[in-house]
Design a protein around this ligand. Structure first.
Ligand SMILES: Cc1ncc(C[n+]2csc(CCOP(=O)(O)OP(=O)(O)O)c2C)c(N)n1
Length: 699
């Protein structure tokens, strides 16, 4: 059928391809109509190109969606998820027709946007536009990195493509330029992006906002670009895909001039087709115009289903063929094959953490970023699957693994990644690498710039992805660069992301323990929040609880000298733990017995048993929290009567120690505030705050 701005009319009986394409179209239309929620337009316009890909190119096995050498397909324009769910059902994934009828309903496997882990065959959670494209870049990076590591002459065990379907919105988002630039620079020839170039977004025509030459833009990034004008021309799209696959040194963009809401008499090529059900009457008119039975809805012609389901035997054959290749590889390279299985399963080798450094005060003072760098050096040699880098800050974030080379087009075996100053793409690429499996991805920048990668961090948590972030320059203590570089609200921001483990270690030894937690966590992201400034090393002889305490999130570092209940608990994190220790000594001189609880991770602590938490923070003992960050959040779990020495304004430019002093981070102030907390508790009433940085009261 010919694409046109006018509704289609079909005179001749449909070909099998047309029948299949319309099956996808109308399944999506019916899903959205039944739910009275969703996005019919993109599926209707992109059904043919998705069909061309899934029918002619994509290597997948519906009966084993996790088979390692499958091609990856990411629907970056996740709002078009009805199309993906329809494809998964008809090709034989474990997704029953009933699930399509439950689109966007409570507990269904067809949620509002594709969500990783909920629906077999969904490779990534998408919806925030642009992220899926950058996930695809991460997956394509993982593919070439694993190929470089594991393939041997005569043995191509890692050999697959990454396909991404994007919309105008994906390409408008800045992350598409960040990720597109990296993909072009890295010559990721096995990344192929199909672009639903329908000229429509929510507010109307792309003429309103998006008029640059997209093809020229991606060509300038170093991509191979093609255009297909006929959106329903399966053969031409298949040919374009074929030539994209033949192009081995450049990623490919195939722009297909699609028509949003294709076939709808009143909504095709209009924004009205984008994000709401067509309406009962318009569904009827569309089906009639395209010679499709108006009822029953969710109609799947037998011939179409039979054709689609051939994907099962095709996929099985592809997997069997790969398995025989893998067997041959195993016979010649047994250890490497076992290693491949290990990294794909994200298992850790035995003894991976034996003999990690134990720092002594003689090593200090040492910034926790420096300690982290030393740990990375060691872990990097033991865990060849560790791969990552920094957004142009490696000399500051200490994220390189010496001797392992740069990841670059000439050497995809290199493991030090240079993301450039592209934090958003870095985060999404790390997600793609983790989603691919086979790698432990990590990335670093200054803590304050985690704001630039918050969208992918949120998705990492939602996807339960084992990604590690290394954030340095973690507080106003970093000093002279001033408030733009001094994080204040970032700690509470990250802690508020469900599933994100934030660890802010107090010294080099807590940093070692924090890395153990990070590597050991198979699901969900970990953010390591590290100092720029040197900190004293806590002596493991004096503080033997560190290695077992850090994984608990919070633990008693130094207790009241007399047994029994302390008068007050000082909770501190990171660099402020040292202040708490100093404050404790001063308080002791005045006869006040303070306990210091180091709390590198509030979420890990919150996950401990009631008994452990009560032992650590007895309910009836007053608490003073000391943390160079926003005080928001502490009240949620530390008990009824607390005060927080925190920061509720931006930082200031000056040498770090001076800034800290001005903001109340001194042992004197710890002492003074501790006495105030004690006094308040005696009197039973909160009193006014002395400085804007000190929050107190009953929460
Ligand atoms: C980061 C982000 N911002 C905003 C949205 C809300 N949104 C969903 S689709 C869309 C744009 C729709 O245009 P297009 O991407 O061309 O999709 P189509 O109209 O072709 O379905 C917007 C703004 C989003 N999903 N993600």
């Amino acid at each position: 059928m010919a694409p046109s701005a006018a509704p289609a009319t079909i005179a001749a009986p449909p070909t099998l391809d047309e029948l299949c394409i319309n099956t996808l179209r109308f399944l999506a239309v019916d899903m959205v109509q039944k739910a009275n929620s969703g996005h019919p337009g993109l599926p209707m316009g992109s059904a043919a190109m998705a069909y061309a890909l899934w029918d002619r190119s994509l290597k997948f096995n519906p009966r084993n969606p996790r088979w390692p050498d499958r091609d990856r397909f990411i629907l970056s324009a996740g709002h078009g998820c009805a199309l993906l769910y329809a494809l998964l059902h008809v090709t034989g994934f474990d997704l029953r027709l009933e699930e399509l009828k439950m689109f966007r309903q409570w507990g269904s496997r067809t949620p509002g946007h594709p969500e990783y882990g909920k629906t077999p065959g969904v490779e990534a959670t998408t919806g925030p536009l642009g992220q899926g494209l950058a996930n695809g870049v991460g997956m394509a990076i993982a593919e070439v990195a694993l190929a470089a590591r594991f393939n041997r002459p005569g043995h191509q065990i890692v050999d697959h493509y990454t396909y991404v379907l994007v919309s105008d919105g994906d390409l408008e988002e800045g992350i598409s330029s960040e990720a597109g630039s990296i993909a072009g620079h890295q010559h990721l020839g096995k990344l192929i992006v199909l672009y639903a170039d329908n000229h429509i977004t929510i507010e109307g025509s792309t003429e309103l906002t998006f008029t640059e030459d997209r093809m020229a833009r991606f060509a300038a990034f170093g991509w191979h670009v093609q255009r297909v004008e006929q959106s329903n021309d399966v053969e031409t799209i298949a040919l374009a895909l074929e030539s994209a696959r033949r192009e081995t040194t450049r990623p490919s963009l195939i722009a297909v001039r699609t028509h949003i809401g294709f076939g709808s008499p009143h909504k095709q090529d209009t924004a009205a087709a984008h994000g709401e059900a067509l309406g009962v009457e318009e569904v009827r008119l569309t089906k009639e115009a395209m010679d499709w039975p108006v009822s029953p809805s969710f109609h799947i012609p037998e011939g179409a289903l039979e054709h689609f389901r051939r994907a099962i035997s095709r996929g099985n054959d592809a997997q069997v063929e790969w398995e025989s290749r893998f067997k041959a590889f195993e016979q010649e390279h047994a250890a490497l094959a076992a290693e491949f299985d290990r990294v794909i399963d994200r298992d850790l080798p035995n003894d991976w953490d034996i003999g990690l450094p134990a720092f002594t005060p003689a090593d200090g003072p040492m910034a926790t970023r420096v300690a982290s760098g030393k740990v990375i050096e060691i872990l990097g040699t033991r865990l060849p699957e560790m791969m990552g880098g920094s957004a142009d800050l490696a000399p500051s974030t200490h994220t390189n693994i010496d001797g392992t080379g740069n990841f670059e087009p000439e050497d995809w075996a290199g493991r030090n990644m240079h993301f450039g100053i592209r934090e958003n793409a870095m985060g999404a690429i790390l997600n793609g690498m983790a989603l691919h499996s086979g790698l432990i991805p990590y990335g670093g920048t200054f803590f304050v710039f985690c704001d630039y990668m918050r969208p992918p961090m949120r998705l990492a948590a939602m996807n339960s992805l084992p990604v590690i972030y290394i954030f340095t320059h973690d507080s106003i203590g970093m000093g002279e660069d001033g408030p733009t570089h001094q994080p204040v609200e970032q700690l509470v921001g990250l802690r508020s992301i469900p599933g994100m483990v934030v660890l802010r270690p107090a010294d080099a030894n807590e940093t070692v323990a924090a890395w153990r937690v990070a590597i050991g966590r198979r699901e969900g992201p970990v953010a390591l929040v590290l100092t720029r400034q040197g900190l004293p090393v806590l002596d493991l002889n004096l503080y033997p609880a560190i290695p077992v305490g850090v994984p608990m999130g919070g633990y008693v570092l130094a207790d009241s000298p007399i047994s029994g209940r302390p008068d007050i608990v000082l909770i501190a994190t990171g660099s402020e733990v040292h202040l708490a220790l100093e404050g404790r000594e001063r308080l002791a001189a005045g006869g006040v017995h303070a306990r210091v609880v180091s709390m590198p991770s509030t979420s890990l602590f919150a996950a401990q048993s009631d008994d452990y938490r009560e032992k650590t923070l007895p309910t009836d003992v007053p608490i003073l929290v000391i943390e160079a960050g926003s005080p928001i959040g502490w009240q949620s779990f530390v008990g009824p009567r607390i005060a927080v020495i925190g920061i509720d304004t931006f930082g200031s430019s000056a040498p770090g120690p001076e800034v800290m002093e001005h903001y109340g981070f001194t042992a004197e102030n710890v002492c003074r505030q501790a006495h105030r907390v004690l006094d308040n508790n005696k009197e039973g009433a909160p009193c006014a705050s002395e400085s804007p940085q000190t929050m107190e009261g009953s929460f």
